[in-house]
Each structure stands twice: as structure tokens, then as C-alpha cells.
Design a protein around this ligand. Structure first.
Ligand SMILES: [Zn+2]
Length: 251
């Protein structure tokens, strides 16, 4: 299932399942270079989604990565605590703390207790599902998500936690850094540094992506806490403590 699709042609405009109507329309996968047809499921009306006619029609495996789909029926918006989510996604913390806290605070046994967002892919999927200009449990999506759609709101200040949709630039020689770029206008791009804990970690990510012939054309999602780079080599930098903080998606 997918939360967004292309309307009427594979290169059409992107539409969210929440806003879409089936009548008179066809829907396509949002991945660039993929023309798989989708249909709109409106059952249970609160959380419509797009589904593939045939999974094998998709050009890429990540088109059908379930972790990139947001499931509002399973995830409880009221459980979304941004600070806790940031710690869980960006730092190696003891997950038991959260599990214990979750169990003790629930109280009622046997209810279908929902869970909150607990992964980098999950928070990205939520931002795409809820959409720019909207909020999730009081947190404006535009305050934690930077993509082509809302870059006009961006005031040269990538400070603090942000889910950033960027383009691959290069692996920096002999450093644990992979450089990405974010296009702010047709002639200006920000240089972003994703700093891994060790150079081996950066290589491991690089080796994983370079297996894809089109890896330079993909879009990358980097989920971390950002700060200005005082050395001025990059515009902004962030620390990657877990490989799950970076992944690629459709373009
Ligand atoms: Zn696809």
C-alpha cells in the first residue's frame, strides 16, 4: 500500500490518498521510472490508501517497502512525542526503557493499544501522509520535514531535528562523511554532510547504495539533528549513529 500516487499519468501530479477520488482517474506509482498502476482503497474511510494491481509491475523494491507506508489505523497520533521519537531514531538507547514505560502507562490489559512512530522510515512516511502545511499531534510537518514542496518556507536555518529529502553528492575521501545536496533554487544547492561514527559505517552505506545503477538519481531521506557547519566546508551537518537514519526512496 502507498499513501501517495501520481494522478492520471506516471509523470502526473502527486496526490495523497486522503484527497483522491477514484472516479474518472487512474493512479500510478510515484517512483520516477516506474509505471505500475495503483488503485484507491477507501474502505474504512479514515485511512484510504493506494494498492498495486500487481506488485511485479514495480520497477524497484522500495516502491513496495511497507515501512515507507504510514498506517494511521495502527499508529496512535496521541502517542507521538517528538522528543522521545528523536531519541529513539537518532541515538542508540535502551529500547526497554520505552517498552517498560509503554506497558506501565497503559494499564488496561487486552485492549488493542496502538503504538507511536518509532522509526526513521515511520516519521518520513507520516510526513508524506499528513502532508506539508498540516500538523501531527500538534507538531507542524513543516517544522520537522524539508522537501521540495515546502522549501520556500525554509529560512536558511536547518537547526535541530529534521527529516530532509536530499540528493546524493559524494563519499568524502578518507572521512566518515557522505555529502548530500539540497536544491533550494535552480542555481543554489546546500551542501549537507552526513557524518557517520566511523569511516567503515560510511563505506557500508555507500556500498549498499552503489549496487543500484541509478543510485545518483535516487532521493535520500536523512533523519537527524542538524546544525550549521562552523568549518564552512558544508552548509549543514548531522550525525548518523544508526544506518536506519538514512534510506533512499523514489524521486
Ligand atoms: Zn513502483
Amino acid at each position: 500500500m502507498a499513501n501517495v500516487a501520481m494522478l492520471d499519468t506516471p509523470n502526473g501530479r502527486k496526490i495523497r490518498a486522503l484527497e483522491a477520488v477514484s472516479e474518472g482517474h487512474t493512479f500510478f506509482c510515484v517512483s520516477k521510472g516506474c509505471a505500475a498502476k495503483l488503485y484507491l482503497c477507501k474502505e474504512g474511510t479514515n485511512s484510504p490508501y493506494f494498492s498495486s494491481f500487481r506488485k511485479s509491475d514495480h520497477a524497484y523494491d522500495f516502491c513496495i517497502d511497507q515501512k515507507l507506508s504510514f498506517h494511521p489505523d495502527k499508529i496512535d497520533e496521541r502517542c507521538f512525542d517528538l522528543d522521545k521519537t528523536i531519541r529513539r531514531i537518532c541515538y542508540k538507547v535502551d529500547n526497554d526503557i520505552y517498552n517498560r514505560a509503554g506497558k506501565s502507562s497503559g494499564g488496561t490489559v487486552g485492549t488493542d493499544r496502538k503504538i507511536g512512530i518509532n522509526s526513521a522510515k515511520g516519521i518520513y512516511a507520516m510526513c508524506e501522509y499528513v502532508g506539508c502545511g498540516n500538523s501531527y499531534n500538534g507538531v507542524p510537518v513543516d517544522s520537522i520535514y524539508l522537501c521540495g514542496e515546502n522549501k520556500h518556507l525554509y529560512n536558511n536555518a536547518l537547526n535541530g531535528f529534521c527529516v530532509v529529502k536530499a540528493e546524493y553528492s559524494r563519499k568524502v575521501t578518507k572521512q566518515p562523511i557522505i555529502e548530500f545536496s539540497f536544491k533550494v533554487s535552480s542555481n543554489k544547492a546546500l551542501k549537507l554532510a552526513a557524518i557517520f561514527q566511523k569511516e567503515d559505517d560510511a563505506w557500508s552505506f555507500y556500498n549498499r547504495i552503489k549496487k543500484r545503477e541509478n543510485f545518483k538519481d535516487l532521493q535520500y531521506v536523512i533523519v537527524s539533528e542538524w546544525e550549521r557547519d562552523n568549518s564552512r566546508i558544508y552548509d549543514y551537518k548531522c550525525q548518523i549513529n544508526k544506518q536506519s537514519q538514512i534510506f533512499f526512496i523514489y524521486t
